[in-house]
Design a protein around this ligand. Structure first.
Ligand SMILES: Cc1cc2nc3c(=O)[nH]c(=O)nc-3n(C[C@H](O)[C@H](O)[C@H](O)COP(=O)(O)OP(=O)(O)OC[C@H]3O[C@@H](n4cnc5c(N)ncnc54)[C@H](O)[C@@H]3O)c2cc1C
Length: 352
């Protein structure tokens, strides 16, 4: 591994993956440094790609030579074009991913890119030369690696704070297959502040995960994948190839919150973490608490039950985020049609 690289990318999520692919086309050597090599390509929240607005972006990334559209097609287990009844400009191609296949596709692709090295480690600091230009990174433990340019794609990790069940604790995100919390990236956050960047804070959340084997799908509305799914990759579409798992796509289902759900939500407001109300949340993906407060006259809110893969029983109940204590999250779930006897696999949590 050379001691210095033309480009160093910090982070191995969507943004870091695309940055690494783009840099590798322009430069003979690129380094991607990430906290855990095993989580490169991990989908932090909803295992879906695209949707209204975002689907256009994935196709644009694909048209520009990026990887996301191809990885998404490889891992797709359900596909739907949202707003199909409306004009082309507002249609939203959206694919549900098999999490493991997606991560596997990203990692397999990156491992075949010539000149791209992946290093597991935490970048703690950016090193400047006498003129104040970036000349490399310093890892936790002190190792310095030179760089002509550094790209920061650290997602939710900069000074990350997680919230669940009345508690706030430091973290970038929960690992999905263990109780472990990935640590926040505080050193780098401090570096950026020292450089004079103004840092702001945003908040978002992920819902609990539930066991599909305990859902009564007979009480839910089937949301089948569309019959002629286009996917995202232009080259594959041009060749007329189907997506690899098209023959075994899975159904999503739709249920709704009830007045009882809203009562549980409001009765337990006091159990939300302190400072929860202060965070700026995503406008188009509000927590269940915000939806119930904002629309008190609504009798129910649609909730989509989305499988997290082709073979896993884990289901993502889209629309139910809110960092209530796990027992309250379960109580809330069980007030919804089809979920009366549902078992929760992991509670949801928020990240700031
Ligand atoms: C609970 C939760 C809910 C979310 N909800 C939504 C949502 O509703 N809508 C939405 O659009 N997005 C949501 N997200 C955000 C989601 O993370 C992003 O959309 C997407 O993953 C961003 O991709 P990224 O590549 O920027 O960062 P990430 O996918 O977060 O990747 C960051 C990478 O940086 C690495 N890293 C961090 N710090 C360092 C360091 N110092 N040194 C080395 N490597 C480092 C990490 O290991 C990781 O690989 C949510 C995330 C979480 C955790």
């Amino acid at each position: 591994m050379p001691p210095s690289y033309p480009v160093i990318i910090i982070g191995g999520g969507h943004a870091g993956t695309e940055a690494a692919l783009a840099a590798s086309r322009l430069s003979p050597h690129t380094l991607l440094v990430t906290l855990r090599a095993g989580t490169v390509g991990e989908l932090s929240c909803n295992p879906s790609i695209g949707g209204v607005g975002k689907g256009h972006m994935v196709r644009e990334i694909d048209a520009l030579g990026g990887g996301m559209g191809r990885f998404a097609d490889e891992a797709c287990c359900h596909f739907k074009t949202l707003n199909l009844g409306k004009g082309q400009a507002v249609r939203g191609p959206r694919g549900q991913m098999d999490r493991d296949l997606y991560k596997g596709a990203v990692q397999a692709h990156l491992s075949g890119v010539g000149g791209l090295d992946v290093l597991e480690g935490e970048v703690d600091d950016v090193v400047l030369d006498a003129g104040g230009r970036c000349k490399g990174v310093r890892l936790r433990g002190g190792l310095e690696i030179g760089a002509g340019a550094v790209v920061v794609t650290t997602g939710t990790f900069l000074g990350g704070v997680l919230m669940c069940g009345g508690e706030r604790y430091a973290g970038g995100r929960h690992l999905r297959d263990s109780e472990e919390v990935e640590p926040p990236s505080n050193g780098l956050s401090e570096t950026l502040r020292e450089f004079g960047f103004e840092l702001g804070r945003l908040k978002t959340g992920t819902p609990p995960r539930i066991d599909g084997r305990t859902i009564d799908y007979g009480k839910c509305k089937v949301q089948a994948s569309e019959e002629d799914p286009k996917g995202f990759g232009h080259v594959r579409q041009f060749r007329g190839d189907p997506m690899p798992h098209q023959g075994s796509f899975v159904d999503c289902h739709q249920t709704r919150t009830t007045e009882e759900t809203h009562k549980v939500c409001l009765d337990n407001e006091g159990s939300l973490p302190g400072g929860y109300e202060d965070g700026v949340g995503p406008r188009y993906c509000p927590s269940i608490h915000n939806k119930v407060k904002r629309f008190p006259d609504r009798e129910g809110h649609n909730t989509f039950l989305e499988p997290e893969g082709l073979t896993t029983p884990i289901v993502y109940p889209n629309g139910l985020s809110g960092p209530y204590p796990p027992a309250v999250q379960l109580e809330m779930l069980r007030t919804m049609p089809g979920l009366e006897n549902v078992e929760m696999i992991r509670p949801g949590y928020d990240v700031e």
